[in-house]
Design a protein around this ligand. Structure first.
Ligand code: 13P
Ligand code: SF4
Length: 303
C-alpha cells in the first residue's frame, strides 16, 4: 500500500497535479488528498487551484463542476462511473413550464445535478450555502431542484418566499426513517444527533444540528458533548475520529453508505494518474451555459 502512496506522491509532482477528495470517499483516499471537504469548499478549491491537473476523488457532478469552473485545467476522476443518482432527478422541460407559470421565479439548483440541469438554472447552491443564497435572491418564487428534502429544509429557514418543489432525493439519506432515529437515540441516550439536510423533514426535526458534511464535522469538534449520532454518509467518520480522539461517533444507521463514493480506491487513483484515464470533457456550449449558475453561487456565497 505504501508503494502506491509514494507512487501517487511522485506523480503529483511530475504532473503538477492536485488531489481533491470529498469526505465520503474511503479514508485511505482522503489520506493522500491535498484538500478534503464538502462540495462547496471543493468547488472553490478547484477554481482557485494553481496546478494544471485536478484529480477529483468524488462523484461525477463534482468533477464536471470543477471542469466547468476551470476549463483551462485537466480534470480526472479515478472512476468515471461514480455518479450521484439524484443528479438527473429533474427535467429541463418542467423547469421551462415553471418559468412560464411564475414570471419572477428563480430556479435554484443543488450542485448535486447534471450540467444540463445547471444550464437551465439561475443559481447553484450546496448544503453549506443554500439558505444564505436563497435569502439573498430578490425573487419571491423559488423552484428548488432536484432535491425535495434540501428544498424543504431551506423553505423552513426562509419563510418569506414561496417554494415549488421537485421530487428528487438522495437514496442514501432519504432512506433514514423515524424508527432508525428512535433506535439510535435509545442505544445512545443523550448523544446529539447531527444530520445532513438531504434527510427527510421528520428526521431533521429530531436533530440537534443540521448541516453540510463540513458543518457536521465543525459542530462535533466545537461541541462539549463526548458522543454523537451521525446522520450522514459514513465516510465522514474518518475525519471525525481522526480529529476528535476523545469523542465517540455512532452511525445513525450502519447502511448510510454511498456506493458511488466508495468506488474511488487508491488503486484507481494511481491508475488514472499513470494512464491519464477518466478525463472529464465538457463541451463548450454546455460549459458556457452551466457556468453562469455556478459563478452566481460563488458570488452570492461570498457576500
Ligand atoms: P456536502 O456538500 O455537504 O459535502 O454534501 C454532498 C453530498 O453529496 C451529500 O450527500
Ligand atoms: Fe448523491 Fe446521496 Fe451519494 Fe451524496 S450521498 S453523492 S447525494 S447519492
Amino acid at each position: 500500500m505504501n508503494g502506491i502512496k509514494s507512487r501517487i506522491e511522485s506523480l503529483k509532482r511530475e504532473k503538477n497535479a492536485v488531489i481533491l477528495a470529498h469526505y465520503y470517499v474511503p479514508g485511505e483516499v482522503q489520506e493522500i488528498a491535498d484538500y478534503i471537504g464538502d462540495s462547496f469548499y471543493l468547488s472553490k478549491v478547484a477554481k482557485e487551484a494553481r496546478q494544471d491537473t485536478i484529480i477529483f476523488c468524488g462523484v461525477s457532478f463534482m468533477g464536471e463542476s470543477a471542469k466547468i469552473l476551470s476549463p483551462g485545467k485537466r480534470v480526472f476522476m479515478p472512476d468515471i462511473t461514480a455518479g450521484c443518482p439524484m443528479a438527473g432527478m429533474a427535467q429541463a422541460a418542467r423547469i421551462e413550464e415553471v418559468r412560464r407559470e411564475y414570471d419572477d421565479v428563480a430556479v435554484v439548483c443543488y450542485i448535486n445535478s447534471t450540467g444540463e440541469l445547471k444550464k437551465h438554472s439561475d443559481v447553484c447552491v450546496t448544503s453549506a450555502n443554500a439558505v444564505k443564497i436563497v435569502q439573498a435572491l430578490p425573487n419571491k418564487n423559488i423552484y428548488f431542484i432536484p432535491d425535495e428534502n434540501l428544498g424543504r429544509y431551506v423553505a423552513s429557514q426562509v419563510q418569506d418566499k414561496h417554494f415549488i418543489f421537485n421530487d428528487g432525493y438522495c437514496p442514501v439519506h432519504a432512506g433514514v426513517s423515524s424508527d432508525d432515529v428512535k433506535a439510535a437515540k435509545e442505544a445512545h441516550p443523550g448523544a446529539p444527533l447531527l444530520v445532513h439536510p438531504e434527510c427527510r423533514m421528520d428526521i431533521l426535526e429530531e436533530a440537534a444540528y443540521i448541516g453540510s458534511t463540513s458543518g457536521i464535522i465543525d459542530y462535533a469538534a466545537k461541541s462539549s458533548a463526548k458522543e454523537f449520532i451521525i446522520g450522514t454518509e459514513l465516510g465522514v467518520l474518518y475525519k471525525l475520529e481522526k480529529e476528535n480522539p476523545g469523542k465517540k461517533f455512532y452511525p445513525l444507521m450502519p447502511c448510510l453508505v454511498c456506493q458511488d463514493m466508495k468506488k474511488i480506491t487508491l488503486e484507481k487513483v494511481l491508475k488514472c494518474m499513470e494512464e491519464e484515464t477518466g478525463e472529464i470533457e465538457v463541451g463548450e456550449e454546455l460549459r458556457n451555459s452551466a457556468l453562469a449558475s455556478l459563478d452566481h453561487m460563488l458570488e452570492l456565497a461570498s457576500l
